[in-house]
Write a protein that binds this ligand. Structure first.
Ligand SMILES: O=C(O)CCC(=O)C(=O)O
Length: 359
């Protein structure tokens, strides 16, 4: 899903791909001098729907822009809908700053912990304590003399008996002939996804209920149930069974796709945004339908249920520059020295937690 664009001819692109290309991060290569810092190509954001501004204007004078309505529901904050897209709900600033910090920390410290799988499983097996290893400047070192492991075998940073083990980055063995190593901070930067609850098998694009897994943490379940309420039928409660955590760095994107592996599409996907601001594209049932673009800020929640689940969607861009990232409140909240490593990460990153009822 993450990727770069290789098609150059606009006529070969779908409307979704053209809009992705419009918002994707490109750098201007005006100067040949390597001393000049590369500048992101300016992008016209005038057509991007801004639910923060919509919410503020509604609070001030009850105004709403054409095509947007406020849901009448007993919920403790405004929930907006798009008239042309039944089943789509946007809850701006749904999470307090404390909640945002909590879920950023969990996404980095606990969610990538085995038995939850991450994109690193395929190469390194199950990696424990990646965030702390990166913070402590450790490296994952391959011991060529140890037997090869499949990805069901754990790598514990406290043990050196495995094929991959975490050692001090500057340990001389890291540079020895028999060892290959990768620094934990590089692996943290390359963390793209982790899966909670029922594990999703990307190669088969299906849930594999036989893979070992823990239940979704209770606090996240309670939050998802509460946030899902506006999209649920009266008297029904959302049952969180799986979640995918997406990690975005500068230049990363999530290509247009459908989430169609769950049995009952009337149930919403609850999607939480954390960290740097992003652009979200909501398309139609065909990639040839032109998508709407909207900003997603830290703390926003999107619900997609029913008909909205049949629509292509994706994230072509995150903003990591001070003007557009809009993470000032997070920076203040993470200003304690103890939190400086979280701050360093989130200044140039976005995390999305999307929670699903599978059956
Ligand atoms: O990052 C987002 O806001 C969207 C995530 C998403 O569409 C997905 O994981 O299916």
């Amino acid at each position: 899903m993450y990727g770069s664009d290789s098609i150059n001819d606009d006529s070969e692109r779908t409307a979704f791909r053209k809009t992705e290309k419009k918002y994707k991060l490109y750098y201007d290569s005006t100067s040949k001098s390597s001393k000049k810092k590369k500048q992101p190509r300016p992008v016209d954001l005038s057509e991007v729907i801004d639910f923060k501004a919509i919410s503020e204007s509604f609070d001030r004078n009850g105004d709403l822009r054409a095509g947007v309505s406020k849901l009448e529901c007993p919920f403790d904050r405004p929930v907006f809908c798009l008239d042309d897209c039944p089943g789509f709900y946007f809850i701006p600033a749904a999470l307090s700053i404390e909640e945002q910090c909590r879920w950023i920390k969990e996404s980095l410290m606990s969610f990538p912990q085995p038995p939850n799988r991450t994109n690193h499983n395929a190469i390194y097996g199950a990696v424990h304590n990646l965030f702390n290893a990166a913070k402590n400047k450790q490296a994952l070192v391959k011991d060529e003399t140890a037997p090869a492991e499949d990805d069901s075998v754990s790598v514990d940073i406290n043990s050196q008996n495995h094929r991959w083990a975490c050692l001090e980055e500057l340990d001389s063995s890291v540079n020895g002939d028999s060892c290959k190593s990768v620094s934990a901070s590089v692996l943290l930067r390359k963390l793209r996804w982790s899966t909670l609850g029922l594990q999703f098998d990307w190669s088969k694009r299906s849930y594999n209920v036989s893979l070992p897994h823990n239940k979704i943490p209770d606090a996240l379940c309670q939050l998802a149930k509460k946030m899902a309420a506006p999209a649920m039928a009266v008297g029904e409660e959302f049952q969180p069974e799986a979640a995918i955590v997406n990690y975005f760095g500068s230049g990363d994107m999530l290509g247009g796709h459908l989430d169609d592996m769950e049995a009952d599409w009337s149930k919403p996907i609850v999607s939480m945004s954390l960290g740097c601001k992003a652009i979200f594209l909501l398309g139609g049932k065909s990639r040839n339908d032109e998508p709407l673009a909207m900003f997603l800020r830290s703390g926003d929640i999107v619900l997609m249920s029913g008909e909205a689940r049949e629509r292509f969607h994706g994230v072509p861009r995150i903003f990591t520059d001070t003007e557009h990232a809009e993470i000032g409140s997070l920076e203040k909240q993470f200003s304690d020295e103890d939190d400086s490593f979280y701050l360093e990460y989130i200044k140039t990153s976005r995390i999305n937690i999307n929670i699903r009822q599978v059956f």
